[in-house]
Design a protein around this ligand. Structure first.
Ligand code: AMP
Length: 461
């Protein structure tokens, strides 16, 4: 199915085209027609499925169908409520992007930053408001926001909102909404509490569920390391240093843990920043911005701070600690492999975490394979670091011919052009795929059993 079949207005189609979207994702294909048909929606979908556009596009379309009178002060016609500041900013950005060829105005409000600039924008009039609960209630309480002309209400990431204790706030907000409205309730999981809350918000909703497709996470290459807890730090550095990883999102369970990991990565020369609830909003925004623009290579995050974060082209998610709630594993690894693109997820599991792993396997209905390649490189390198190699033996670019390489076993030999000597090569030392007879360039690095060929690249490729 293409977006053209959805009968969207030309400015929306143009915006989607400029974003490079050709086909709707499953949640979009299912939800957009339901919402355009003025029905309420109960959607089970996580970030990464394209759920934001699934509600943003119909909202923009409905405002275009029934535009506000020109010259009159705009009133808030759509409210999107979500749990975190990062997510709120991201949703608002989506409205800006999809509505860029319209004169629809959207804005975002959240706590932790001064109220004044938000207030000024609201005063000028907006059509669409994205908010986190606390700041919204503050501004409603101060008489700075009125929701009496509201037509759309979206509650996003409802399960996380429940986990974060937002229920009383949500109830207070709902009391301010007109009863005649169209509502959307989105949640990555549907525990009984979420279903109960949904029933108080929605009127005869149509249900859409796209979690199955995600929980199998087929597009994501997942693997697991069994590692002792004290060795996790060294393993992380090793994995990041030896596997051509340009950017990675690392998850820890605690805020303190996130800081500790970020510090040790920086010490090892790997630029990283931590993001969690104890950081000021400015430092959270900066950390995320630096990561998105690739100024930092690694972002270390706790679950709550990272939920909903969308970083395009995120290469790898690393679970430094396994989450104690299995669903969270799916949320975490969903940061990579967005909207169908492939990605990699590695998890570090120590003995105490094995019960969590069992729960994750149950949820996925399959076992995550063990990351043997990475493990071996870790062992090799921990030994390597103990061997003093003269500098002139390192980083010395050489050329040779692949004599033999066994893909299945993942190792082989390269015959050096100059000396005619054979050098051992492991697949972790490869930049390109190689096969027997390839002309290659490579560097030599001292391994426990002699010199190894690393950073092997096929010539002229
Ligand atoms: P979301 O689940 O809303 O956070 O979206 C995940 C990512 O998918 C975002 O980076 C979107 O820009 C992208 N996306 C959403 N819809 C589409 C689509 N139809 N085609 C390609 N990318 C999309």
């Amino acid at each position: 199915m293409s977006f053209e079949k959805l009968n969207l207005s030309e400015p929306i189609q143009r915006a989607l085209k400029s974003e490079g979207y050709t086909n709707p994702t499953p949640i979009q294909a299912k939800s957009i027609p339901i919402l355009l048909d003025h029905k309420d929606l109960l959607g089970c979908a996580q970030t990464g499925t394209g759920k934001t556009a699934a509600f943003a596009i119909p909202i923009i379309q409905s405002i275009l169908n029934n535009p506000s009178s020109p010259g009159r002060q705009k009133r808030i016609r759509a409210l999107v409520l979500c749990p975190t500041r990062e997510l709120a900013a991201q949703i608002d950005k989506s409205f800006t992007v999809y509505g860029r060829y319209t004169n629809i105005k959207s804005t975002v409000i959240f706590g932790g930053v001064p109220q004044r600039p938000q207030q000024e924008i609201l005063k000028q009039g907006v059509d669409i408001l994205t908010a986190t609960p606390g700041r919204l209630l503050d501004l409603i309480g101060q008489g700075l926001i009125s929701l009496d002309k509201l037509e759309w209400f979206v509650l996003d990431e409802a399960d996380l909102m429940l986990d974060m204790g937002f229920i009383p706030d949500i109830k207070r907000i709902i009391a301010h909404l007109p009863s005649k409205r169209q509502s959307v309730f989105l949640s990555a999981t549907m525990p009984p509490d979420a279903v109960k809350l949904a029933s108080t918000i929605l009127h005869k909703p149509v249900s859409v569920d796209v979690t199955e497709q995600i929980s199998s996470a087929d597009d994501i290459n997942q693997s697991i390391f069994f590692v002792n807890k004290p060795d996790k730090g060294a393993l992380l550095i090793d994995v990041l240093n030896h596997n051509n990883i340009d950017n990675a999102l690392v998850f820890t369970r605690t805020k303190h843990g996130a800081d500790k990991v970020a510090r040790s990565l920086n010490k090892a020369g790997i630029q990283s920043q931590a993001i969690h609830g104890n950081k000021t909003q400015n430092s959270r925004t900066k950390a995320l911005g630096d990561f998105k623009s690739r100024r930092t290579r690694v972002l270390v995050a706790t679950d709550i701070a990272a939920r909903g974060i969308d970083v395009s082209g995120l290469q790898m998610v690393i679970n430094y600690e396994l989450p104690n709630v299995a669903e969270m594993y799916v949320h975490r690894i969903g940061r990579t492999g967005r909207a169908g693109a492939g990605g990699t997820a590695l998890s570090f599991c120590d003995t105490l975490e094995k019960p969590h792993l069992a729960e994750i396997h149950k949820l996925l209905a399959k076992k995550i394979p063990v990351a043997t390649d990475f493990k071996s490189i870790n062992q090799v390198n921990s030994q390597l670091s103990q061997i003093k190699t003269p500098l002139n033996q390192l980083n010395n670019m050489k050329t040779g011919k692949v004599k033999f390489f066994n893909r299945e076993k993942g190792f082989g030999f390269i015959k050096d052009d100059e000396s005619g000597q054979d050098y051992f090569v492991h697949k972790n030392g490869l930049v390109d795929h190689i096969k027997d007879g390839d002309e290659v360039s490579y560097e030599l690095e001292k391994g426990p059993k002699g010199m190894n060929a690393v950073k092997v690249k096929v010539k002229n490729r």
